[in-house]
Design a protein around this ligand. Structure first.
Ligand code: DX5
Ligand code: ZN
Length: 215
C-alpha cells in the first residue's frame, strides 16, 4: 500500500494534489505534524487537517512528530484522522497515550527513529495497529533513505510473525520508485513517499506506478 506524504505537496494548489491522490486511489494520505520542538521543523495543526478532510475520503494516516501528543489526540481525531502514530519518546506515559488514541475508535501506531532499537515493541506490540519505521531522521522531506532500515524492517517482521500479531509495518523517508520494492520485500505493508510523488512531473501517474510495483 502507498501513503503519499503531503509534506511535499504544492500548498499553493493543494486541491490539485488531493485530486491526484483521489484519482490514483492512494491507500492513505500521510500527514506529517511537526512542532519545531520534537523535530526541527514546523508544519501545520488540526485546523488545516480538517480543511484537507473536505478534499478526500481516503483514510488519513497522521504522523505526530510533536512533544506531549496526548494533548492534541482528540483534536486530530475530530479533524479526521483514521490512524495516529506517535513517537514513544515524545510522551511520558506511552501506554496511556496509545489507549487514548484507541478510545476514539481509530488505529494507533508507534514510530521508531533510525538509531532507536526495537525493544519498545516488547510491551507495546499487542496494543498497537502499526509500527512506523523511520528510514530518515524525522523533520524533513527529501532526505536519503538510511540503508540499515531495510534490515530493521526484516527484524520487525520477524517480531510480528513470532507474536502472531496483525500489526502493520509502515516505512517513512527516502522511499523512491527504485528502492520501494526492496523495502516491500523486506516486509513493509505501507510505504510513505513524499518528494518521490509530489516532486515528480505527474503525481497521479507516480502513485499509480507505486501501486503497480507493490501489487
Ligand atoms: C519526515 C516525514 C516524512 C517525509 C517523507 O519527517 O515523516 O513523512 O514527508 O518525505 P520523503 O518521501 O520525501 O522522504
Ligand atoms: Zn511521516
Amino acid at each position: 500500500m502507498i501513503s503519499p506524504s503531503i509534506l511535499s505537496c504544492d500548498f499553493t494548489n493543494v486541491k490539485k494534489d488531493f485530486d491526484a491522490m483521489n484519482e490514483a486511489k492512494a491507500d492513505f494520505v500521510h500527514i506529517d505534524i511537526m512542532d519545531g520542538n520534537y523535530v526541527p521543523n514546523i508544519s501545520f495543526g488540526p485546523s488545516i487537517v480538517s480543511q484537507f478532510r473536505k478534499l478526500t475520503d481516503i483514510d488519513f494516516d497522521v504522523h505526530l512528530m510533536i512533544n506531549e501528543p496526548e494533548k492534541y489526540i482528540e483534536d486530530f481525531v475530530k479533524a479526521g484522522a483514521n490512524i495516529i502514530t506517535i513517537h514513544p519518546d515524545s510522551t511520558l506515559h506511552l501506554n496511556r497515550t496509545i489507549n487514548l488514541i484507541k478510545s476514539f475508535g481509530i488505529k494507533a501506531g508507534i514510530a521508531i527513529n533510525p538509531a532507536q532499537e526495537l525493544s519498545i515493541l516488547d510491551y507495546t506490540l499487542e496494543d498497537i495497529d502499526l509500527v512506523l519505521i523511520m528510514s530518515v531522521n524525522p523533520g524533513f522531506g527529501g532526505q536519503s533513505f538510511i540503508e540499515s532500515s531495510t534490515r530493521k524492517v526484516e527484524d520487525v517482521k520477524k517480531i510480528i510473525n513470532n507474536a502472531k500479531s496483525k500489526c502493520l509495518i509502515e516505512v517513512d523517508g527516502g522511499i523512491k520508485l527504485n528502492n520501494a520494492l526492496k523495502v516491500y520485500n523486506a516486509g513493509a505493508d505501507i510505504l510513505v513517499a513524499g518528494s518521490a510523488i509530489f516532486g515528480s512531473e505527474n503525481p497521479k501517474k507516480t502513485i499509480i506506478k507505486f501501486k503497480e510495483l507493490l501489487k
